[in-house]
Design a binder for this molecule. Structure first.
Ligand SMILES: C[S@@+](CC[C@H](N)C(=O)[O-])C[C@H]1O[C@@H](n2cnc3c(N)ncnc32)[C@H](O)[C@@H]1O
Length: 374
């Protein structure tokens, strides 16, 4: 039975986590941007059959809650007729009501652009597999006004890597998977695509696919804005099964920091829930609260990773906190530390005399500059 037939029966634990990340980020982003759009390009029904809320409904409720402080307009696109009907029914009572479009994300891109004009956008693309995420459609969204580049286009995308495993040993011109991959990656040459996705003896094929995909998306952002920041995060079920990656791309340094913080808080909760789940499943009793042990251990691990990175890479430099955070995110630490962990690590490095001075004692302020040992 295809996943689409049963997907909306009940909200699975990993889907719940995905929705929490998107909604927390959108709430934080809307508060910073003050005005803009949330586009849910693969919106679903808004409400699962077990009465749990989907991404489009959760965010529309946030827009309603924040409406006196910020203007967040919601626009949903749903291709399936029945899902669309339910989406309209489940969101029409909201104030402001979201705009719901029936059709495919790609088919509706011109309508979307007309609505959003030059406003800021937070977009979430949540397809089954990779069908329907067209590189050229994302290009159109990011390049929506060739003369303007002040607006934000923050993009969250569920990237399902399973397809890349099916490519190994195949003739790239003779499989339908390549058509989908070509559309998603915007790469015409099937042999180049095959090489990009499968030629990684020393690396993890799944993670490699995500990285390559983000490299392709970066080209669009770099052309438009001159730079881009990306992050990715694997979503697992409570039973420990890998599901897919949640990826993020933005032009804004603060946006990637907020996204990383949101993902970290979700990851932390996941680790605690995972331990509790394991403890319950195996009926193990512990003298200590598993959550306490896990939380403390996670903080210590994060602080150690930050310190290791900085001591290896930052000698002889002076950097503001924002740049330090961006550097960590760029070097594989997206979603793996909190702002508090970073502050703690810097304080410890000061005590260790690896940081020799700072422009202020406010160790959590983004513009505080730190000078590292020569
Ligand atoms: C994974 S579900 C979305 C779940 C939703 N984000 C949530 O959290 O509740 C994917 C949805 O996209 C719809 N869909 C599939 N292909 C589409 C396309 N090309 N454009 C728009 N919607 C599409 C499906 O019918 C389905 O409702």
């Amino acid at each position: 039975m295809p996943i689409s037939d049963t997907f909306f029966d009940t909200l699975r634990d990993w889907s719940k986590r995905k929705i929490e990340i998107i909604s927390k980020y959108t709430a934080a982003g809307a508060r910073i941007l003050k005005k803009g759009w949330y586009i849910d390009g693969f919106a679903g029904t808004g409400l699962y059959e077990d009465e749990k809320k989907g991404s489009s409904l959760v965010v529309a409720e946030i827009a309603q809650e924040l409406k006196d402080k910020v203007s967040l307009s919601c626009l949903n696109v749903e291709e399936d007729r029945e899902n669309y009907r339910q989406l309209v029914r489940n969101t029409c009572q909201l104030n402001p009501p979201p705009i719901n479009l029936h059709g495919s994300f790609t088919g509706k891109i011109d309508d979307i652009l007309e609505h959003i004009s030059n406003d800021n956008v937070i977009c979430f693309l949540d397809p089954f597999g990779i069908k329907g995420i067209d590189y050229s459609t994302i290009q159109k969204l990011v390049n929506r006004n060739t003369n303007e580049n002040n607006f934000a286009t923050d993009l969250w995308l569920r990237f399902d890597t399973k397809i890349t495993h099916r490519l190994r040993g195949r003739n790239p011109t003779k499989t339908d998977h390549f058509k989908l991959l070509h559309q998603a990656f915007g790469i015409n040459d099937p042999y180049r695509l095959l090489d990009l996705l499968t030629n990684c003896d020393q690396c993890d094929i799944t993670e490699n696919a995500v990285r390559q995909y983000l490299e392709q998306l970066k080209l669009i952002y770099q052309e438009k804005y001159g730079h881009a920041y990306t992050g990715y995060y694997p979503i697992y079920s409570l039973e420990g099964d890998y599901k897919y990656y949640l990826t993020f791309i933005t032009k804004h340094p603060i946006a990637i920091c907020v996204a990383s913080d949101v993902v970290y808080s979700s990851e932390k909760q996941y680790k605690l829930d995972f331990q509790t789940y394991k403890e319950t499943a195996t009926n193990q009793l512990s003298l200590f609260s598993i959550s306490e042990v896990t939380e403390k251990w996670m903080n210590l691990e994060a602080i150690k990773r930050i310190k290791d990175h900085l001591t290896m890479n930052c000698r002889r430099s002076t950097m503001p906190l924002l740049k330090i955070k961006l550097d960590l995110i760029e070097h594989g630490q997206f979603g793996k530390f909190s702002h508090r962990d970073l502050r703690k690590a810097l304080l410890e490095l000061k005590e260790d005399h690896f940081i020799i001075s700072s422009s202020s004692n406010a160790y959590s302020k983004m513009d505080t500059e730190f000078t590292f040992i020569p």
